[in-house]
Write a protein that binds this ligand. Structure first.
Ligand code: CP
Length: 310
C-alpha cells in the first residue's frame, strides 16, 4: 500500500491522522541515517521541486532544498517574490497553474492565511504549505514532533508549555493540534492580547480537554517541554504595539535552575531575545538540533509524497 502522503497536498496538520504522522516520523528516522552518513541517494532523481517563497525564510526553504538534493532531485524556485511576475500583477492562481507544469511538487510560503489551500486548488501537482501567514506550518510541526520523540522517547503524556506569540505563531497553531491528538497537557503562555485564538483553543479544549492558558512564565517551570516562540514583529500593524510586547518572556540560566531538570527547550527559530544565548550550551537546549531535523523530516515528506514509499 502507498504511503499516507502519496500524491496528496500537505496544507494543514489536520490533513494527517495520528497513524499518518507516525508513518512520517518512522520514514524520517530512515532518512536521518542517510543524512548522518553524509550520503545522497537517487530516490527522486526524476523529480523537480519548486520552492515559491513569497515571505522570508532561512530554515524551511534551505532544508527543503537540501532534502531534495540529498534525494537526488532538482530544485527551482524563488526566495524573493519581488523578482517574479507577481510584481507585475500576476495572480497566485496563474502562478501556480504555470509552475505546476514545470515541477512535480510545489513548496509555498506566503503571508496570507489560506494561500497554500488556494494554491492546492489550482495546482496539478502536490502542494506543501511552508507557512501561510498566521495560519499553519505543518512540516514544522512534524519536525517538532520528531524532535520530541527523539528527546523524550514518546509523544504522549507530556506537559508542554508553549510561550510567546500564540496569536500569530503558525508553528504553535499546527503543533498544538498535533500534540493534543497524541494526548498531552498544553499550557499556552502569552500576554492576553497575543493569546491562542479562541477558534483553536475552543476546539482543543472541546475535543481533547487538555489545554490551559496563562500569562505567566512561572507556569512553565514544571513542564517537560518548553516551546518558546518570538513575538512576530511582522504581524503588527503599528511598531509601538510590537514594542509593548517584544520583551514579554525570556528564558535564561537562572530560570532553568528553578525548572524541571529534564525539561527540553525548543524553538522553531529564528530567535530574537526570548532565549538567552547562555542557554545554548546547556543540556536542556535542543533548538539547533530541532532545526537540523528539518532535513530528514522533509526528505521523508518528499519521498512519501512523490514515490509513495513509507
Ligand atoms: N522555523 C521556520 O519556519 O524558520 P524560517 O522562517 O527560517 O523558515
Amino acid at each position: 500500500m502507498a504511503s499516507a502522503l502519496f500524491d496528496r497536498d500537505l496544507v494543514a496538520i489536520g490533513d494527517l491522522s495520528k497513524k499518518d504522522i507516525g508513518e512520517v516520523l518512522e520514514h524520517a528516522s530512515k532518512m536521518l541515517s542517510i543524512v548522518e552518513q553524509g550520503r545522497r541517494v537517487d530516490y527522486l532523481e526524476n523529480e523537480i521541486m519548486a520552492t515559491l517563497f513569497f515571505e522570508p525564510s532561512t530554515r524551511t526553504r534551505l532544508s527543503f532544498e537540501s532534502a531534495m538534493q540529498r534525494l537526488g532531485g532538482g530544485v527551482i524556485g524563488f526566495a524573493d517574490a519581488g523578482t517574479t511576475s507577481t510584481k507585475k500583477g500576476e495572480s497566485l492562481a496563474d502562478t501556480i497553474e504555470v509552475v505546476s507544469s514545470y515541477a512535480d511538487v510545489i513548496v509555498i510560503r506566503h503571508s496570507t492565511e489560506g494561500a497554500a489551500r488556494e494554491a492546492a486548488e489550482h495546482s496539478k501537482i502536490p502542494v506543501i504549505n511552508a507557512g501561510d501567514g498566521v495560519g499553519q506550518h505543518p512540516t514544522q510541526a512534524l519536525l517538532d514532533l520528531f524532535t520530541i520523540k527523539k528527546e523524550k522517547g514518546r509523544l504522549d503524556k507530556l506537559r508542554i508549555a508553549m510561550v510567546g506569540d500564540m496569536k500569530n505563531g503558525r508553528t504553535v497553531h499546527s503543533l498544538s493540534e498535533a500534540l493534543s491528538l497524541f494526548g498531552n497537557e498544553i499550557t499556552f503562555i502569552a500576554p492576553e492580547e497575543l493569546q491562542i485564538p479562541d477558534s483553536i483553543y475552543g476546539r482543543l479544549s472541546r475535543e481533547y480537554g487538555s489545554a490551559q492558558k496563562s500569562e505567566s512564565l512561572e507556569k512553565a517551570r514544571d513542564a517537560d517541554v518548553i516551546y518558546m516562540t518570538r513575538i512576530q514583529q511582522e504581524r503588527f500593524a503599528k511598531p509601538e504595539d510590537y514594542k509593548r510586547f517584544e520583551h514579554s518572556f525570556r528564558i535564561d540560566r537562572k530560570f532553568l535552575e528553578g525548572a524541571n531538570n529534564d525539561v527540553i527547550i525548543m524553538h522553531p527559530l529564528p530567535r530574537v531575545m526570548e532565549i538567552s544565548p547562555e542557554v545554548d550550551k546547556m543540556k536542556n537546549s535542543v533548538y539547533f538540533k530541532q532545526a537540523s531535523y528539518g532535513v530528514p523530516v522533509r526528505m521523508a515528506i518528499l519521498d512519501m509524497m512523490l514515490t509513495g514509499k513509507k
